[in-house]
Every structure is written in structure tokens, then in C-alpha cells.
Design a protein around this ligand. Structure first.
Ligand code: GRF
Length: 212
């Protein structure tokens, strides 16, 4: 039996289109419930999306902290205050310190706009175009101590077209992101994901095995 719906915190830094996908899917998914939306930047579009959906928001400005560890502690404390049992990084552009993993072991999920381990970091779409790959994609993975490195939950390819620029390619990547992230968040909430070394096993949980 898992605790359904599982409260999660969604961490954002910008437009929050992935947050919107999580909001739109949450009622029907039988998995997660967004307990709080946390942003490291004030006045971003994602905070407006959260408010429009009636979700609590917390702004934790990066500049207010002397160390990554202190910033991370404040983020985890905010998530805790709302009873969050996992963190979903949905376009969150800050690197969390290892104390986040101590606080939320095997319970932090990130989405990345490339097929990791190719093109980690903040410029994955630009780098894919510069490199001339013909296939890139989306990775959803658990977060570990290294950047864009933890165990991979799911990947899906996206073709690069000869006429693509960053905007057109990123738009096609985001269509995939918006489908995959809610699916993964629901699977995590249902207890369907188990990690062994770098391998994630995804067991589909029958509906009657979950309880409200
Ligand atoms: C996404 O493409 C995500 O993969 C990357 O940042 C982007 C955030 O977009 N890490 P949004 O804020 O969800 O619209």
C-alpha cells in the first residue's frame, strides 16, 4: 500500500510549462498531489500558473544565501513544511547540494532536455544543435550528487530537423517532456519505481493496490 495521493514539491525557475503539465494531470493520475511550488526566482510565469491553480508558492531567492548548502536546506525546509515526500525539478536551474539527497533519498526527480549522458548542463538544446546530432530527446532521472547524472527512469528520442533552431527543437522536446514528467511523477508516487545501482525498475501498479 502506498500513500496516495503522495504530496510532492515542484521546483521551478521560469516559465513552468512542465509544472503546468503536472497540474493538468494531477487529478486524473491517481498518484501525486502538488503540495507546494518552490521557485528560486520571484515573478516567474510558473508562480502565476501555480497561483491560478490554487497551489501554495514559496520563493527562495538564491542570492539570499551564502552557500549552496544553506540554500538547499531552505528549499528542503519549505518542501517539508507542506508535507512533501518528494521533489520534482521541473526546469529548476539551481544545483542542489547533497543535503537534499539526505533529506529526500531516492525521491528527487529531474527532467533534462537531452538524452543523458549527452549534453548535461544548462545548454543542452543549443549543444545538440551545435554538435549536429540528428537525434536528441528527453531524460527523466533520479537526482544524485552529480549534475544530470542519477539513475535514468525514462528516455524518449526527438528527431532534429535540418531547419531547426533552438526554439523549434526545444518546443518539440517540451511536447515530450509534458507527457513524460507527469507519468513519471505518478509512477514515483505509486511506489512503482525502484532503484538498483544505476537501474530503475518500473513496475506498473494495479489500481486496487493503491489507496486514497
Ligand atoms: C525544460 O525544457 C527542462 O527540461 C529544462 O528547462 C526547461 C524548463 O521549461 N531543465 P519549463 O519552465 O517547464 O517551461
Amino acid at each position: 500500500m502506498t500513500d496516495i495521493p503522495l504530496p510532492i514539491a515542484v521546483l521551478i525557475s521560469g516559465s513552468g510549462s512542465n509544472l503546468q503539465a503536472l497540474i493538468d494531470a494531477q487529478d486524473a493520475c491517481d498518484g501525486y498531489a502538488i503540495a507546494v511550488v518552490i521557485s528560486d526566482r520571484p515573478e516567474v510565469r510558473g508562480l502565476g500558473r501555480a497561483s491560478e491553480a490554487g497551489l501554495p508558492t514559496e520563493v527562495i531567492p538564491w542570492a539570499d544565501f551564502d552557500t549552496r548548502r544553506a540554500f538547499t536546506q531552505a528549499v528542503c525546509d519549505a518542501a517539508d513544511r507542506y508535507g512533501s515526500r518528494g521533489l520534482v525539478l521541473a526546469g529548476f536551474m539551481r544545483i542542489l547540494a547533497p543535503n537534499a539527497i539526505e533529506r529526500f533519498p531516492d525521491a528527487i526527480i529531474n527532467i533534462h532536455p537531452a538524452l543523458l549522458p549527452a549534453f548535461p548542463g544548462a545548454h543542452a538544446v543549443e549543444q545538440a544543435l551545435e554538435h549536429g546530432v540528428t537525434i536528441t530527446g528527453v531524460t527523466v532521472h533520479f537526482v544524485d550528487e552529480q549534475v544530470d547524472h542519477g539513475p535514468i527512469i525514462i528516455q524518449e528520442t526527438v528527431s532534429v530537423h535540418p531547419e531547426d533552431d533552438v526554439a523549434t527543437l526545444h518546443a518539440r522536446i517540451q511536447q515530450v517532456e509534458h507527457r513524460l514528467l507527469p507519468e513519471v511523477a505518478a509512477a514515483f508516487a505509486q511506489g512503482a519505481l525502484t532503484i538498483q545501482d544505476r537501474h530503475v525498475r518500473w513496475v506498473r501498479v494495479p489500481k486496487e493496490a493503491t489507496s486514497r
